[in-house]
Design a protein around this ligand. Structure first.
Ligand SMILES: NC(=[NH2+])NCCC[C@H](N)C(=O)O
Length: 327
């Protein structure tokens, strides 16, 4: 039987707005206020952050704070690798979504021969490179870095040499170059993209199950199909950005809130469909920003609801070792 380890990565340097570093503690408070001892049940580990560097002048305009994000992602990658090697199941709670590069790197360096699938539940595609980013915020770039694809075909920015070098470095965390293939990414709920990202998605034929499509065709049918799309993958990583949820229905407590998203139960059902494949190696929650919450601690409460139910479903699976895919 595997054991869960909670990895807390309170880094917010990849976002354009401060405060997602407080998301982990807000989730913890949501649990405590419900008399739920979730955070007392599992071993945990803290990743050392560099949030204090926010006071330094930004010198990479097309990948802000990339040198510090490189350091944090490297540490997260090492922690994920170490724990997977100890046969633990990592649940990663992170600040901004740039963290996913660290998590993916850690999974891939543990299982270099395995095909890694990525389930990305998010309002955003997060597949910009420094050459295409509209904001310079690295939380919009983790998938391009994991794909080691600069998307130069859709270049809009002239990136200075220093940034280019750091970007090359960040793409090589864990294992050199490409960690995932575009056909092994499935998006859910993406609805706020820039033209460069639309082009990247269509040239790479990356499937996005929009909220509207899932409701129109039905969750069951879409999820069956989505799971099939990752049939060729040996292991699966699920990345849940809370901005995939509807900011009007749930809360605006996230750096880049977007309307017309999923509700909490819909998110739970998407995650569970992939847990049932018994291939899931790691689950991550990101972008809870309690300083932006317009409804008390609602975004963290919603994140905790997903975390709690997902963890129970993961435990049902990892408890039954004989049924697990051997990876
Ligand atoms: N993980 C996120 N919240 N990403 C938001 C990215 C927004 C926008 N596409 C950008 O690159 O700046």
């Amino acid at each position: 039987m595997k054991e869960i380890i909670v990895i807390k990565n309170r880094s917010d340097l990849g976002a354009g707005t401060r405060g997602s570093d407080l998301g982990i503690d807000a989730i913890e408070i949501a649990a405590i206020n419900q008399d739920n001892d979730f955070f007392n049940l599992y071993e945990y580990e803290d990743i050392k952050t560099e949030n204090e560097k926010i006071y330094n002048k930004v010198d990479n305009l097309f990948a802000k704070r990339i040198e510090n994000i490189y350091n944090v992602c490297s540490r997260l990658s090492d922690s994920v690798t170490k724990n997977l090697k100890k046969n633990k199941f990592p649940i990663v709670l992170s600040g901004d979504h740039s963290s996913a590069l660290g998590t993916i790197s850690g999974i891939k360096s543990t299982y270099p021969q395995k095909t890694l699938g990525v389930v990305w539940i998010d309002a955003h595609a997060d597949i910009h490179s420094p050459y295409t980013t509209p904001s310079g915020n690295v939380h919009g770039m983790p998938l391009a870095a994991a794909l080691a694809d600069d998307h130069l075909m859709f270049k809009t920015n002239d990136v200075p040499q220093k940034t280019v070098e750091l970007w090359e470095k960040i793409k090589n965390i864990g294992v050199k170059e490409r960690k995932i293939e575009p056909e092994n990414i499935v998006y859910f709920g993406v609805r706020d993209t820039e033209p460069a990202e639309d082009n990247i998605l269509s040239t790479n034929t990356i499937k996005n199950y929009s909220v509207a499509e899932m409701r129109y065709r039905g969750f069951e049918q879409c999820l069956q199909e989505a799971v099939k799309r990752l049939d060729q993958c040996d292991i699966i990583y699920i990345s849940f950005d809370v901005d995939s949820m509807d900011c009007d229905l749930v809360s605006r407590g996230t750096g880049t809130p977007v309307s017309k998203g999923f509700d909490i139960d819909e998110v739970k059902s998407i995650i569970d469909a992939f847990i049932q494949t018994k291939k899931i190696a790691c689950f991550e929650i990101v972008e809870v920003n309690p300083t932006l919450d317009n409804k008390g601690n609602k975004i963290a409460e919603a994140a905790f609801e997903v975390l709690n139910s997902t963890t129970k479903n993961i435990e049902k699976i990892i408890g039954k070792k004989e049924e697990m895919h051997s990876y």
